[in-house]
Design a protein around this ligand. Structure first.
Ligand SMILES: [Zn+2]
Ligand SMILES: [Zn+2]
Length: 167
């Protein structure tokens, strides 16, 4: 039994919810770059990875750049480790705190003709998993978010530092 629980906990999904701690909301590479540099970065990513979603492979745009962060929970450093294009649905899963848990997000979703269920279905399709798997992952993502939101975080933009031109 304990082996099974261990396995379930270790389940790795292709598409995950990644909630940025509340103490560093609104601090991103995007906010430190001019529009011109951001467009250039988009072109660079298209050239390197093609016009498709980096996670699910969908070729149906529009695509949005998403910043992938890594968290050092001992030193409280948030490090930018990648920037890739995602399709709209994959990107909404990444920011599920906004789209699935705020009235503003849900309202915007409704105006686009989408619902929380559409996002959950996309998650299950991409990860080939059940709705229960989604709900468990969602709960874990929020638990982690609450823990991380208790701390102040230092940011490390890694190899993307060079793109910053608005500091
Ligand atoms: Zn996708
Ligand atoms: Zn994003």
């Amino acid at each position: 039994m304990s082996v099974l629980i261990h396995f379930v906990k270790k389940q790795k999904f292709k598409l995950t919810i990644e909630l940025v701690p509340a103490t560093i909301w609104f601090s991103s590479l995007y906010r430190l770059m001019s529009e011109k540099s951001w467009r250039k970065l988009k072109e660079d990513v298209y050239k390197k990875e093609g016009r498709k979603c980096w996670i699910c492979g969908s070729t149906k745009g529009p695509f949005e750049l998403h910043e992938f962060w890594e968290y050092d929970d001992k030193k409280h450093v948030q490090k930018l480790i990648g920037i890739h294009h995602l399709c709209r649905l994959c990107h909404m899963i990444k920011h599920f705190g906004l789209w699935g848990h705020t009235s503003k997000g849900k309202e915007k979703l409704r105006k686009m003709g989408l619902s929380r269920e559409d996002l959950i279905n996309h998650f299950c399709k991409v990860n080939n998993c059940s709705r229960e798997d989604f709900l468990r992952h969602e709960k874990e993502a929020f638990e982690l978010w609450r823990k991380r939101s208790l701390f102040k975080w230092k940011q490390d933009f890694g190899k993307y530092e060079k793109y910053i031109d608005m500091k």
